[in-house]
Structures are given as structure tokens and as C-alpha cells.
Design a protein around this ligand. Structure first.
Ligand SMILES: [Mn+2]
Length: 294
């Protein structure tokens, strides 16, 4: 496929404390307002703008990491212009946009959008980091071969990532939903990392210890959180995690070399309280900081 024209639309809201200029950019934030393969409750295309809208309501300082966004050089590039239809051209644009961010010497943070966009980011990242490994926080395994007639449906995104990932190393934290085959596979291949609610991520710490210094890409599907914490998502799954659990994960990841992240599946209009967007904005703040220190 030939290289598409990458165009960021920066006329919408901006994430607090960020720049619009690419000069000195260490972390490059961009939205991918796409939800074309959503199979249950649509609306993730509104996720990036909602995160940016509510971001001014949270502090720029993070007590966990003792960092302030005001002292980090990061750029909000706006939203990637994407066609609303089949996922393949969108994923290809995401690959090229991610490649562009790395070419600036910065690390990408994508705001989805649905989960299908992740394999575009991975394709962009492995050109720079062939040893890349992936950590997935998600309720669902996302390992279907195809779903509803598409190999690039959001329910297939980790299968597509595995196919292109040279290291074939994906860790899937606290997955609690999938087909019998998916769950058997992630246990058998030792991809599933157990995480129990309210406890430090001991198994995550132990498993990632073997990969100290290796490039890690973090994909955060917001349905990893419990639906009571994040009701604004397309495929909610009871029995999930809370902010404190995310804090435990960050405590592990801050020792590692995190080279890119995404936050996907926020469908803000499904949560009239707006709390889902606020949690997503706080997660965005945390991941900007994580990318800036690692
Ligand atoms: Mn997912």
C-alpha cells in the first residue's frame, strides 16, 4: 500500500499543558477517532475529544510519579484524519502516523478509537524496535482469527499484532473474557499474567523482570477496568479492575523501557456522569509521564 497523506486535524480540543508545535517533542499524542468495526455499542470515535475536553479538570501534577505535565515537552498533534469505513486504510494511516512520531525522535501515545488501531501502531513501532514486546491490559483476549467477516475487527487485534511481532511476545494482564480456544491459548502459551483485584502486580513484576531494558509497548483497553469505574465503553465486562490496580501496574512499568502506548475503547456518550472520560484523562496524564521517564 502506498504511503497515505498524514493529516492531523488540530482544530478540536487540546490536552492540558501540551504544545501544538512538534519542536522538542518527547511524547507525541494523537487521537484516532475511529469505531468502524465496533460490534456492540458504538461511540469510541468520540473518545479522543472527550479525554481532551475533561483534561483541564484534573491536576497537571501526579502524586504517584511526583511529576508535573508542565515540565514535560509533549505535543498534542490533534486527531488523525481517518476514513469511516473498513479498518484497513485506518490501520495503515495509524502505522504511518506512528512512524512519523518516531521519526521526530518522540514516543507515540494514541487515544482511540476502538482497539483495531493498535496493530497499526505496532507495525509503525517494530521498524524502530524489532525486539518489541507488548503488554495488553484488557478484559478480552482479542485473539479471534476473524470476526463478523473482518480479520481487522477490534476482536482480532492481538492476533494481528502477534502475526507481525518478530519477538512473538505478548503479555495479557488480567484477561477475563474470551472463547474457550482463546483462554486455553493464552494459558498454554504463558501469555496470561494473573492479576488479583486490590493487590500489587507481583506476577507482572516477575515476568517483566526478564525483559528489563527491552522496548515495551503498552495497550490499555479501558474495559480492563470494572464497568462501575468505566461504564463508557463499547464492550463492558463485569469483574474488572480499579484505579489503584492501574497504579500497581505503573509502579512496575516505571522501571522499564516503555516506547509507546495507546488508550482505547472510550465511548463517552455511554456514560452521562463523565467519570469514564475523567479516568481516561488521568490515565493519559500517567502514560505521558511514563513515556517521558523511560
Ligand atoms: Mn480489546
Amino acid at each position: 500500500m502506498k504511503k497515505p497523506k498524514i493529516n492531523f486535524n488540530d482544530e478540536g480540543p487540546i490536552f492540558m499543558a501540551s504544545n501544538r508545535s512538534k519542536d522538542n517533542c518527547k511524547v507525541g499524542l494523537y487521537g484516532v477517532p475511529y469505531d468502524g468495526t465496533t460490534s456492540f455499542r458504538p461511540g469510541a470515535r468520540f473518545g479522543p475529544d472527550s479525554i481532551k475536553h475533561v483534561s483541564s479538570g484534573i491536576e497537571s501534577f501526579c502524586p504517584q510519579l511526583m511529576l508535573d505535565l508542565e515540565s514535560i515537552d509533549f505535543t498534542d498533534f490533534g486527531n488523525l484524519d481517518v476514513p469511516y469505513g473498513a479498518p484497513e486504510p485506518v490501520i495503515h494511516k495509524v502505522k504511518c502516523a506512528t512512524d512519523y512520531i518516531y521519526s521526530l525522535g518522540a514516543k507515540p501515545l494514541l487515544l482511540g478509537g476502538e482497539h483495531s488501531i493498535t496493530c497499526g501502531a505496532i507495525e509503525g513501532a517494530i521498524k524502530y524496535f524489532p525486539e518489541l514486546i507488548i503488554l495488553q491490559l484488557d478484559a478480552h483476549a482479542d485473539l479471534r482469527e476473524e470476526w463478523l467477516g473482518s480479520k481487522f475487527n477490534h476482536a482480532c487485534t492481538m492476533r494481528r499484532c502477534l502475526e507481525i511481532l518478530p519477538s512473538k511476545t505478548i503479555y495479557q494482564l488480567g484477561i477475563r473474557s474470551g472463547t474457550k480456544e482463546e483462554i486455553e491459548e493464552i494459558k498454554e502459551k504463558k501469555r496470561l499474567i494473573k492479576h488479583s483485584f486490590g493487590n500489587p502486580s507481583k506476577e507482572l513484576r516477575d515476568r517483566l523482570h526478564n525483559h528489563l531494558g527491552k522496548p515495551i509497548y503498552l495497550t490499555l483497553d479501558l474495559d480492563w477496568f470494572d464497568p462501575s469505574a468505566v461504564p463508557g465503553t463499547g464492550t463492558p465486562e463485569p469483574g474488572g479492575f480499579f484505579w489503584q490496580d492501574f497504579g500497581f501496574v505503573i509502579n512496575v512499568l516505571k522501571e522499564h523501557n516503555i516506547i509507546g502506548c495507546d488508550i482505547v475503547e472510550l465511548a463517552p456518550q455511554l456514560d452521562p456522569s463523565g467519570i469514564s472520560s475523567i479516568l481516561a484523562a488521568k490515565a493519559t496524564r500517567t502514560l505521558i509521564m511514563l513515556l517521558s521517564i523511560s
